[in-house]
Design a protein around this ligand. Sequence first.
Ligand code: ATP
Length: 536
Amino acid sequence: MTEPDLPTVLVVDDEIRSQDAIRRTLDEDFHILCASDAVQARRQMEAQPVHVIVCDQRMPGLSGVAFLKEVRERWPDTVRIVISGYTDSEDIIAGINEAGIYQYILKPWVPDHLLVTVRNAVEARTLQHELHRLDLDLRAGAPVLRQRSQQTLARTRARFDFDRIERAPGSPLDAVCALAARIARYDLSALVLGESGTGKELLARALHYASPRAERPFVVENCAALTDGLLESELFGHKRGSFTGAYEDHVGLFQRAHGGTVFLDEIGETTPAFQVKLLRVLQEGEVRPVGAQRPLPVDVRIVAATHRALEEEVRAGRFREDLYYRIAGVTLTMPPLRERSGDIAPIARRLLGEVGVELGREGLELGDEALACLMAYPWPGNIRELRNEIARATALCDGGRIEARDLSPKVLHGQTGVAQARQGGLLPGSGTLQERLDAIEAMVLREVMLRHRWNKSRAARELGLSRVGLRAKLLRFGLEERAPRPGAAAAASGPAAGPGRVREDDADGDGDAAEAADPADPGTAAGHPIPGMLSP
Ligand SMILES: Nc1ncnc2c1ncn2[C@@H]1O[C@H](COP(=O)(O)OP(=O)(O)OP(=O)(O)O)[C@@H](O)[C@H]1O
């Protein structure tokens, strides 16, 4: 290796003897420059790149640590080492973070120790550069990576094409997909409205993969699933030690999605306090990880979704108007399946194919009578519920074709809502009107509380009640003391288990587990969900 190829180390010390001693220790492995004070050192650094600076703490003019602070600002790439006498160590420890010092070495220093420290410093710098280069390669697309990622991208794009959102010719979804496809290439935010299970996330993905951001990540966050603090840390990241349990730095989803799209599902469930923070991030284009000193620039497209009529939430003062206008650049509305029953046949066939592969029952057909039942049922849980039904029928089907007898009673007899709840023993079949209405009220309260994991503020907001009002109702129906431990999948029992009995094993509240349950099915529990009461 020729001299100029060696990493450059700048030694800053006003004592010429010390300078020489350091030079002799390092000059076999490094290209050494020397300076007697901060002024000379500055000049050296302005003239050429310096990999490592080894600086004495006691110098005329600026102290070592004070100069290294400046080095950190102006040449952050240079690894900083300080040498100090024992009596100066307190000053150094105080300044170690501000100057970003890699190592401090106490006098009298040992040559081998100094050599190893500087070697390690150079290695750390090289590694850091390597990481940076890889990151840039990934962003810019180094040739090989680019070629491979192009193939993967083409496959992913095809998988999430708007055409893969199954529908019948002339379906109302055509207009929704056409609008989404037209705006995909512009950096507009999009708000997807629609009941649960209508395909909002599927549409958001199609939008992302049809956009120029397709090569960058599409990340999803369900805003209803986390408390404000966790949501903030998930989306914006946090620094190690910023709160109890933050053992490591955590890169937030906004940073991970840099250049891509963030899909904020259930945005309507966020609290006003969180909405303020989100708005600031979107306005300023930068996130500040929890506990971090400085914000980081982020470039993401926001696609948000909610099952709520968000404009009404704004009018009612539950959702910030300024945030609404930020996220609702274009509004796309997914119609419920019951309003597009023509789509049921193609979607059911597609699902039959997918589920067949998953369950090892490929090639099943859908009988005419079974299809007629599927088309007559209103699907309150939309396509997610339809998928569960197809999976159940696939598992129960004896021959090569799904018949009406393979369907669950609710679909076979077209029962939903109150009729089904009564059949499942959830509603009394007799009693005064008030008693029956009470039973429904208790059932709704319990369902909403479960979905919000017993968070009263959120549940009250959804129900348009004050927290106190909600609490009074919970007490009245004996639901107040029964809040289960988070994650507990307890079967309902006790005084509230009558009218309000709802399965609790659907931990994420999206209705999956509930939709799969069926009293006539020997494989499921007796507690029967009420489709009309599932999370909308
Ligand atoms: N048109 C469609 N064709 C095929 N599958 C679909 C269609 N629409 C939705 N699905 C499937 O239905 C399921 C639910 O869709 P998705 O998660 O996109 O709905 P969502 O509206 O975002 O639900 P939620 O609000 O509960 O998050 C997914 O498995 C999705 O792949």
